[in-house]
Design a protein around this ligand. Structure first.
Ligand code: SF4
Ligand code: MG
Length: 333
């Protein structure tokens, strides 16, 4: 499989009056062409910071990509100039945010906004630009496109606005689409429609997608692979089946247990007790130690080695280590 993106040992820090926040602490992952990778975790775990780093949208100062590599096709993103990045953003890599209103200009028609990006980056006549805009409206499922292009954002519902934002993100035919909580601001039925739209778009265009979300329902619906982040690290990664049915990390299991399941109506949800560690001075060992029912002495002191359970499934937890299992077995006797 062709890798379109490869992130290695990514570190992102933010300087504040209170000290330096280590928001992303050595993250590795890759994205294959045409697949959807979901990055999940609670707010503050570093998932949005990671996606902003790929777009080089970390405000510097106070933020900084302090170490690591982000390889997009043959380009090392961390080394590009701002001018080179401007040629990539919205063209090769596009991003969609939670609130569609912030992405749309209330004073311009939808048609103008759709065609603007295209005309900035492509040598194209106004007629060709309009044809492409109509085409995109159709792709994202907005009827009466010819009329709708003349209207302003406030004339559309929230769900329709998110469709327009998606059309804008796709109009230059990017190879990578990053969607940060793209359905969080929408009501449940509209959410389902937008998720179906992502699937349809991926089938039609072959775009690779990074989906940032805290919602495992969204993940279950459209992800191929899942990376679980906690306290600035990816603590477990695997294909969807491995994460939903064979998860190994106590944090991933906790996340799954705190989600309502259709097949277990009436069962009590068990949210994970406690809060994530302070990222001003993150623990040197496993960051989940304070909340983990299985924590051992080693956990607090040494960060767990990464165990590969399959070519796709990797876990950072001492429970995976044979020596730890033996210790547990003797303790339980
Ligand atoms: Fe729990 Fe230890 Fe595994 Fe961390 S390494 S998740 S504290 S068992
Ligand atoms: Mg976020």
């Amino acid at each position: 499989m062709e890798k379109i993106l490869e992130v290695k040992d990514l570190h992102v820090t933010f300087r504040t009056y209170g000290g330096t926040v280590k928001a992303v602490r050595g993250v590795d992952f890759h994205l294959n062409k045409g697949e959807t990778l979901a990055i999940v975790g609670e707010s503050g775990c570093g998932k949005s910071v990671t996606s902003n780093a790929i777009m080089r949208l970390i405000p510097d100062p106070p933020g900084k990509i302090s170490n690591g590599s982000i390889r997009f096709k043959d380009k090392e993103i961390t080394r590009l100039s701002e001018k080179q990045m401007r040629a990539i953003r919205g063209v090769d890599i596009s991003m969609i945010f939670q609130d569609p209103m912030t992405a749309l200009n209330p004073t311009l028609t939808i048609g103008t906004q759709l065609m603007e990006g295209l005309q900035q980056h492509r040598k194209i006549t106004p007629t060709q630009a309009k044809a492409k805009a109509l085409n995109m409206m159709e792709l994202v499922g907005i009827p009466n496109a010819e009329e709708r292009l003349k209207q302003y954002p406030h004339q559309f519902s929230g769900g329709m606005r998110q469709r327009i934002v998606i059309a804008m993100a796709l109009i230059c035919e990017p190879e990578l689409l990053i969607a940060d909580e793209p359905t969080t601001a929408l009501d449940v039925t509209i959410q389902a429609q937008i998720l179906e739209l992502f699937e349809r778009i991926q089938d039609a265009t072959g775009v690779s997608i990074i989906l940032i979300t805290h919602d495992l329902g969204v993940v279950a619906k459209i992800a191929d692979r899942v990376a679980v982040m906690y306290a600035g690290k990816i603590i477990e990664v695997g294909d969807k089946r491995e994460i939903f049915y064979e998860s190994q990390h106590p944090y991933t299991k906790g996340l799954l247990n705190s989600v309502p399941r259709l097949d277990l109506q009436g069962e009590k949800l068990t949210p994970i007790d406690g809060t994530p560690p302070d990222l001003f001075s993150p623990p040197q060992g496993c960051p989940f130690t304070a909340r983990c029912p299985f924590a051992m002495e080693v956990c607090d002191k040494v960060y767990p080695v990464t165990t590969a359970r399959s070519t796709s499934h990797k876990v950072d937890c001492w429970l995976q280590d044979e020596r730890a299992k033996q210790l547990l077995a003797t303790a339980e006797k």
